[in-house]
Design a protein around this ligand. Sequence first.
Ligand SMILES: [Zn+2]
Length: 180
Amino acid sequence: MSMKTLITIISISCSLLFQGCKEWHKQCPVCGGMPISTLQIKDDRSKPSKNIAVWNRSICGNSLFETYSTICQKDWYAYSPYFETWTLVLENPDGFSNKLKEGIYSFPLPIVQNLRSLTVYRQVIGRKRTVHSISFWCETDEDYFKKIEAYSKKNRLKLKIDRNKIEGQSFLSAEYEEEK
Ligand SMILES: [Zn+2]
C-alpha cells in the first residue's frame, strides 16, 4: 500500500469518526434543535435558572459547562464535549421536555422542615443511556430513610444516602438509568 493510499484511508476514517461525533453534538437529542454557545445566553437572575448545570448561582459554582459548551434554546439541554452528554438540571420536575422517569419524578421528599437544600432534578442524556436523578440535603431521619429505601427498591432506583455528612444532616441522591 502506498503512503498516499494510507493517508487517504486514514483521513476518510477520521472524517467518518468526526462526522459521528458531529451529529451527536450538533442537534439537541430531545427536540432536534440547533444548540448555540452558552456564552451567547445571558443568565436572567430574576427568573429560575434555565439549567442549573450551566448557571449554578450558588457560591460554590461548579460549571464544567460555562465556557465551551453549547445549549438548546428550546428546552435548555446543555452539551458537554468532555462527557459527550446532554444535561439538564432543574428545581422544577415539570420542566423537562423529555419527561423525568416516574420513580424520580414522584420521589417522596422529607417533610419541608427536614429539607436542608433545594431539591435538584437532573437528566443526563448519553448516546447509550439516559440517567434521571434527584438530590438534596435533609435532616438525618432513619424512619424516612427506611421509607425511601423501600421506594427505591420498588422503583429500581440507585439510592445513595451519605449519613451525617454534616452533623445531623445527610446528603441523598437517587438515580434511574434508562438504557436505550
Ligand atoms: Zn432541544
